[in-house]
Design a protein around this ligand. Structure first.
Ligand SMILES: NC(=O)C1=CN([C@@H]2O[C@H](COP(=O)(O)OP(=O)(O)OC[C@H]3O[C@@H](n4cnc5c(N)ncnc54)[C@H](OP(=O)(O)O)[C@@H]3O)[C@@H](O)[C@H]2O)C=CC1
Ligand SMILES: N[C@@H](CC(=O)OP(=O)(O)O)C(=O)O
Length: 345
């Protein structure tokens, strides 16, 4: 039997990707969509400035967009995907959880809250059971699960592979992030053409904190953050999709290029419909991965790595993922699949 799902922020850049992924999904059936007051009451076709390079799915275009309140979502919806501006998410996501809805959210609010699981299923699926603690503490029938920031998601699977084999101590990362990460109206063409912007508000702090939570350990009661030191420097460049990152990872155990590549090449996906067969693709060519060539690895759900070099205390490499797929909508859908598999719906 399919799971009836709703999407909050369905008309936005990430919301559109969610609609695209949910429409053919083997487990999910789209039952409700919401957006701001200015979209509520319109059909999806009228409300959404559709930017995805495939048509609006049949059957979705004429559906009505509701307001973003639990009253506008049918009671028999089992799972909500949320991709709202974080300020709006902070206000309304708890209302949905209190009303009994289980929410898989992409928005940044609450990601570091002690009782909110932050999950990439291939890396730390066990953290989902923090929801028991959340429900006890907050008295919710519903639940709130988060996926991390898109730049964080890009580097964490390779870091998890290194940590498992060699124990990470320090991570330094510099990013080259695509304009879609800022949303459609986020960066003007006058700002970004012939340019690079060495600042993305709040992004460095998110990478530094969220990565330690994802690689932290969960003992059934709380998540202890990983002890590694992480420092990030974030930059916007004029690519459309795909965040490229240069990473320096220091390890406790000695690591060679071959051993690092082997540890990453061994990482497969897991038993969820949206998890790729091969989570990490290791490129041997020194100039790969590249955003235009490699962002669609494993239908946009894989992470490309390459350019390995040994350093004094560890290894240096480059990594890349599709920021609105693996980094946002695909990540939320994957978390929804995990919630379904683990019986939280
Ligand atoms: N773009 C990306 O690559 C990534 C984005 N994110 C995060 O995902 C979230 C969504 O981003 P994105 O899709 O780019 O944003 P958009 O601005 O494109 O979309 C925002 C969505 O939220 C709705 N919305 C705006 N204000 C309100 C409100 N007051 N009440 C109810 N709904 C509202 C909009 O509806 P309407 O159309 O009616 O205005 C729209 O559906 C953000 O938190 C962002 O930080 C995370 C990772 C990557
Ligand atoms: N800040 C990211 C996208 C984003 O919205 O991240 P978050 O989910 O942490 O708000 C970027 O600009 O590429």
């Amino acid at each position: 039997m399919s799971v009836r799902v709703g999407v909050l922020g369905a008309t936005g850049a990430v919301g559109q990707r969610l609609i695209q992924l949910i429409d053919p999904h083997p487990e999910f059936e789209l039952a409700a969509m919401t957006a701001s007051e200015s979209s509520a009451g319109k059909t999806y076709r009228e409300a959404a400035k559709w930017r995805v390079d495939a048509p609006i799915p049949d059957g979705v275009a004429e559906m009505e967009v509701g307001a973003t309140t639990p009253d506008d979502v049918p009671d028999d919806v089992d799972l909500i995907f949320s991709s709202l501006p974080s300020g709006v998410g902070a206000e309304v996501e708890p209302d949905f959880c209190r009303a009994g809805y289980v929410v898989s959210s992409n928005s940044s609010n609450g990601r570091m809250d002690e009782d909110v699981p932050l999950v990439v299923p291939e890396v730390n699926a066990d953290h989902v059971d923090l929801l028991e603690v959340q429900r006890d503490g907050r008295g919710w029938d519903g639940a709130l699960l988060k996926n991390p920031n898109c730049s964080t998601i890009t580097m964490v699977p390779p870091l998890a592979a290194l940590d498992g084999a060699f124990d990470l101590t320090d991570v330094r990362v510099s990013t080259l992030q695509a304009v879609s990460g800022a949303g459609y109206d986020g960066v003007t063409s006058m700002e970004i053409i012939d340019n690079a912007i060495p600042h993305i508000g709040g992004e460095e702090q998110k990478m530094e904190s969220e990565s330690r939570k994802l690689l932290g350990s969960f003992d059934g009661a709380e998540v202890e953050l990983h002890g590694m030191d992480v420092a990030a420097s974030c930059n916007r460049i004029a690519t459309l999709d795909g965040h490229l990152e240069n990473v320096w990872a220091d390890t406790e155990e000695e690591v060679t290029v071959e051993a690092a590549e082997d540890a990453m090449a061994e990482v497969t996906g897991i038993d969820l419909p949206s998890s790729p067969e091969q989570l990490i693709k290791v490129f041997e060519e020194p100039d790969r991965p590249q955003p235009r060539l490699d962002r669609n690895v494993e239908d946009g759900m894989g992470v490309g790595v390459g350019g390995f070099r040994e350093t004094t205390d560890g290894v240096q490499f480059n990594c890349l993922a599709h920021n609105t797929m693996r980094g946002a909508a695909g990540a939320s859908v994957l978390n929804g699949e995990l919630l379904n598999q683990r019986g939280y719906l």
